[in-house]
Ligand binder design. Structure first.
Ligand code: NAD
Length: 498
């Protein structure tokens, strides 16, 4: 892809409350995938930069935890306000950096502010408990921060990913060293600066930019107490190995191949709209995208035709245009990956019902792919089993509940599943049998920080931002004090000669 010449800015890592000159002069380019424009030359941080960030983060964390909860809550609330006020600039940054359509990216700032406020409300609720196990003794547990948490992020929703991982980490009393994706690093730098301006101790949240080598330096660093990773299964596996060397706690939010299961008795209009949005929103670059449509045979022809009609109306193009539904893929690498899966689908004998090519009237240097519906897909095909992370829907047909469950579970992933039926008995039976960390019935992608979200099977372990994030960001310690001298002791007297 050739590129335009605009005036790219130079972006430095954010360490210790300010942009800092990195250790080496190496950089990488942040590119607008809609037109090939180079937006910035971004520092490619190395292990020395990571080490520096971990060191200042450690000091900032000690200061942060010396503050009363009320003062920490006030910082989080000011940060939430700033994110909300700056949502247009943050949204435009993400749209330019990774192609998410502006009308959606603009919503991320407001949703992120709500997420930060939720976590501000948790700051003084990091409670332990008291256990009445022994008379004359007080036994209690405390929940304490891990220290510095390494946050390693993907590129598909940069503002939301940053706020939803960093807010629980610092609400639980930690500092953070964030490694955004090399494909979309720009908004992370701005979000860390906003937190600093909101009054956080300098170095509480640092951003080291770079690729896998920088990420590995974070995962391996002995000064980091926990890693929250969101990304692909192969990288998650590498991070789990690296973190095991220093016994770091890890939260892994990995990929998916989520089934969208439509029964004949469902509200077919709602299921059709959901199926379409579930796979083509953000050009399919969503971990919980419903990329496998499992449709009951009796309604399959009608439902597939409905999808074809709706998919043809999706407007693909300039993501800055408020009328655009679907923008480009985020990077050249992602474009090649998706194009390769289109070739694989054809080679394996799937039928391209709609899409499959380059949309008309898009920028010649943009990384656009049409929303694509594949039919005549069988379970053995790679497009039915592997995560594509692009706007490709694979349609499979089933006869009954047993077959739907078997197809739904016959992949390595277990992130989420969507079930559409008006029969409540069937809904609950399916919810019990389909293997996924989150099940949505007659809806999809409804998130709330108070509700569990996390994968099972190869889709990961733990939860980075929802209900379970406290577990991933803290550890528990126990204290037992014998306060009554008349209380019995363990049998230590047996060894002193009496
Ligand atoms: P990726 O695994 O390629 O990269 C993720 C991050 O890991 C990047 O910041 C990258 O630089 C870093 N990295 C790469 N190699 C590393 C190493 N050896 N050690 C440490 N860090 C390393 O994933 P991606 O392509 O950026 O994101 C897409 C994937 O993320 C998809 O599989 C998607 O399903 C998943 N995802 C999951 C969730 C979830 O909540 N479960 C959310 C969003 C995305």
């Amino acid at each position: 892809m050739s590129t335009h010449s605009v005036t790219p800015v130079r972006e430095l890592p954010f360490i210790g409350g300010a942009p800092r000159e990195p250790h080496s002069s190496a950089t990488f380019e942040a590119v607008n995938p809609a037109n090939g424009e180079i937006l910035a030359h971004v520092a490619d941080c190395d292990a020395v930069d990571v080490d520096r960030a971990v060191s200042v983060a450690g000091a900032a964390q000690r200061e942060w935890m010396s503050w009363d909860a009320g003062r920490r809550i006030a910082v989080l609330l000011r940060w939430a306000d700033a994110v909300e006020q700056q949502r247009a600039e943050l949204g435009e940054t993400d749209t330019r950096n990774m192609g998410r359509v502006l009308r959606e990216a603009l919503g991320d700032g407001a949703a992120s502010a709500r997420m930060i406020r939720y976590w501000a409300g948790q700051v003084d609720r990091m409670t332990g408990h008291q256990v009445p196990a022994n008379s004359g003794h007080l036994s209690y547990t405390t929940r304490e921060p891990l220290g510095v948490i390494g946050v390693i992020m993907p590129w598909n929703g940069p503002v939301g990913s940053f706020c939803s991982r960093v807010a629980p980490a610092i609400a639980c009393g930690n500092a953070a060293v964030v490694k955004p994706s090399e494909m979309s690093p720009l908004s992370a730098l701005r979000l860390a600066a906003l937190l600093s301006e909101a009054g956080a101790p300098e170095g509480l949240v640092n951003v080291v930019t770079g690729g896998g080598v920088t990420g590995a330096a974070v995962a391996e660093h002995p000064g980091i107490g926990g890693v929250t990773f969101t990304g692909s299964v192969p990288t998650g596996r590498r991070i789990a190995h690296a973190a095991a060397e220093t016994f770091k706690k890890t939260v892994l939010e990995l990929g998916g191949k989520s089934p969208n299961i439509v029964f004949e008795d469902a509200d077919l209009d709602a299921a059709g709209r959901g199926a379409l949005w579930g796979v083509f929103n953000n050009a399919g670059q969503v971990c919980v995208a419903g990329t496998r449509l499992l449709v009951q045979r009796s309604i399959a022809p009608e439902f597939i035709e409905q999808l074809r009609r709706r998919a043809a109306r999706i407007r693909v193009g300039d993501p800055m245009d408020p009328k655009t539904h679907m923008g480009p893929l985020a990077s050249q690498q992602q474009f090649e990956r998706v194009s390769n899966y289109l070739r694989i689908a054809r080679d394996e004998g799937a039928r391209v019902l709609s899409g499959g090519g380059t949309p008309k009237d898009t920028h010649p240097e943009g990384l656009f792919v049409e929303p694509t519906v594949l039919t005549e897909v069988s379970q053995s095909m790679r497009v039915a089993r592997e995560e594509i992370f692009g706007p490709i829907l694979s349609v499979l047909v089933f006869d009954d509940e047993d077959e739907a469950v078997a197809l739904a579970n016959d992949v390595e992933y277990g992130l989420s599943a969507n079930i559409w039926t008006r029969d409540l008995g069937r809904m609950h039976r399916m919810a019990g049998l389909v293997q996924a960390g989150t099940i949505w019935g007659n809806t999809m992608r409804l998130h709330h920080p108070g509700l569990w979200f996390g994968g099972i099977k190869a889709s990961g372990q733990g939860s980075a931002y929802a209900e379970g994030a406290i577990e991933g960001s803290t550890r528990v310690r126990r204290v037992t004090i014998r306060f009554d001298e008349a209380a019995p002791t363990p049998a230590w007297g047996d060894l002193d000669g009496d």
